[in-house]
Design a protein around this ligand. Sequence first.
Ligand SMILES: N[C@@H](CCC(=O)N[C@@H](CS)C(=O)NCC(=O)O)C(=O)O
Length: 206
Amino acid sequence: MPEIDTKREHIRALEGVHLFHFSMSTCSQRVRMTATEKGVDWTSHHIDLGKNEHLSPDFVGVNPNGLVPVFVHGGRTFIESNDIIAYLDVAFPCRPLTPENSADATFVADAIASADEAQGAIKLLSHEFLFKPKVLKSPREFERFSRECPNPSLIYFRRGWLTGPVPDVVLQIRKPGQQPRHVSTRYLISRHLGSHGCRKGSHQPG
Ligand SMILES: N[C@@H](CCC(=O)N[C@@H](CS)C(=O)NCC(=O)O)C(=O)O
């Protein structure tokens, strides 16, 4: 259970349940869905990743890795979405999310674990399709990001994504009762670009 020792006094002083999250972050979505399913009320602290709010000294003081989500319960701080989900299910036992039947419980545990495994591929796809049009590709923007970012793995990802060819990550797709399928993000991206080309062509006069 990664509970972290936040240095910020005002975070330790928080009462009730607080979530530092970003609307379009899948890790944040999982935690929001869990809290909602369980009927837990929480106070929202929206951290806009598009504006690099996760690199601000204030937020880095809360999570030194510069990542959302961060969950605060009665002044205790937790990171890692899957651990937050597990904590929520224990700390708020109403409407338990873990099935009693062991086969179903295994399926739920596997599904939660696969969300974590898919994170790299989802990050790449969302940067490519959702964020790219909004991100300035200037070296100056990247320099600023590298200067302010406390987490070397975020800098490494962004450098590769902004400057290089589209990197490749394998996405594992699992459905109940079926063998997992492996799909490459490079394949998904090239298929998307290909289908755009087709759509454009179909509008051309004949
Ligand atoms: N394993 C962590 C991953 C957290 C993570 O990667 N969060 C993303 C949003 S889903 C983030 O804050 N990214 C900031 C960035 O890429 O600059 C979790 O599940 O909570």
